[in-house]
Design a protein around this ligand. Structure first.
Ligand SMILES: Nc1ncnc2c1ncn2[C@@H]1O[C@H](COP(=O)(O)OP(=O)(O)OP(=O)(O)O)[C@@H](O)[C@H]1O
Length: 243
């Protein structure tokens, strides 16, 4: 099966405000798909509705051919999710949190190898609460990869990471992609998106304003630099003087 994630006509409102308005997308096996948009555009809500952790008002979602709300247990053996914040005990060590996560799954990747890949080996016996913001962020990516997932959802992939750490994360993900991992990410960094994403969708106030490849986005705008193209789509339109 080539399509890993299929979303059709997804809608979600909070009160009278529609924050996800009729979004449809599909992501193929081994693809990196980037969901982009300004703060409040609806990216996290879309991911939550796709994962079934938030109930959509309407629309259909399939991940690996399964319905995330009805086939939860089976599906989440194969899906990794990077959380922004995780609930963990105050004093828990990195190794303990990784072991607890491993226990939740049947087939797992050795977390020590992942910690090594993400430059966290020396933190094995550190309390999670004492990690820096960037180290925690990397640990959350490691936790998402522990189930040896077929598809992984990474919300604000490298927010808080330094330049070297971002590049290390890109390299790790590119290698996992080569092995067939499907990656659904959100990011506010357009260099990251250019480096990693095969296809993107840009949201503006819950509406899809662009869907396609980065080359297609550039070709369909008056700009040559992708960051400017992104801003042109996602923000209020730029004035002619900026072109
Ligand atoms: N639980 C909630 N109740 C009411 N409104 C909400 C709730 N969660 C999010 N919203 C609103 O929905 C809109 C979309 O929020 P969402 O978190 O999906 O945006 P985002 O694109 O992920 O933003 P960011 O880049 O800042 O993380 C925002 O206007 C936000 O205020």
């Amino acid at each position: 099966m080539n399509t890993t994630i299929r979303v059709e006509h997804l809608k979600k409102s909070y009160g009278n405000t529609c924050v996800v308005n009729d979004i449809s997308l599909s992501v193929n096996k081994g693809e990196v798909f980037g969901l982009l948009g300004a703060n409040g555009a609806g990216k996290s809500t879309t991911i939550e509705c796709i994962l079934g952790t938030r109930q959509a008002d309407s629309g259909t979602v399939e991940i690996l051919g399964m319905c995330p709300t009805k086939e939860r247990k089976c599906l989440f053996e194969n899906v990794g999710v990077q959380f922004q914040e995780s609930n963990y005990q105050d004093k828990i060590l990195v190794s303990e949190l990784c072991e607890e996560t491993q226990c939740l799954y049947k087939e797992v990747t050795d977390y020590k190898i992942l910690l090594e890949q993400f430059g966290l080996s020396d933190k094995l016996k550190s309390p999670v609460s004492e990690l820096s913001g960037g180290q925690k962020q990397k640990l959350f990516i490691v936790l998402a990869l522990i189930p040896n997932p077929k598809v992984v959802f990474l919300d604000e992939l490298t927010t808080g990471l330094d330049t070297k750490a971002r590049r290390d994360v890109w390299k790790c993900l590119s290698e996992l992609k080569k092995k067939g991992l499907t990656i659904f990410l959100t990011s506010h960094f357009m260099d990251e998106v250019e480096n990693l994403c095969d296809r993107i969708m840009i949201l503006k106030k819950g509406n899809t304003v662009f869907s396609g490849t980065i080359e297609e986005a550039i070709a369909s705008s008056p700009y040559k630099e992708f960051e400017e193209v992104y801003l042109w789509y996602a923000e209020e339109e730029m004035t002619n003087e900026n072109i």
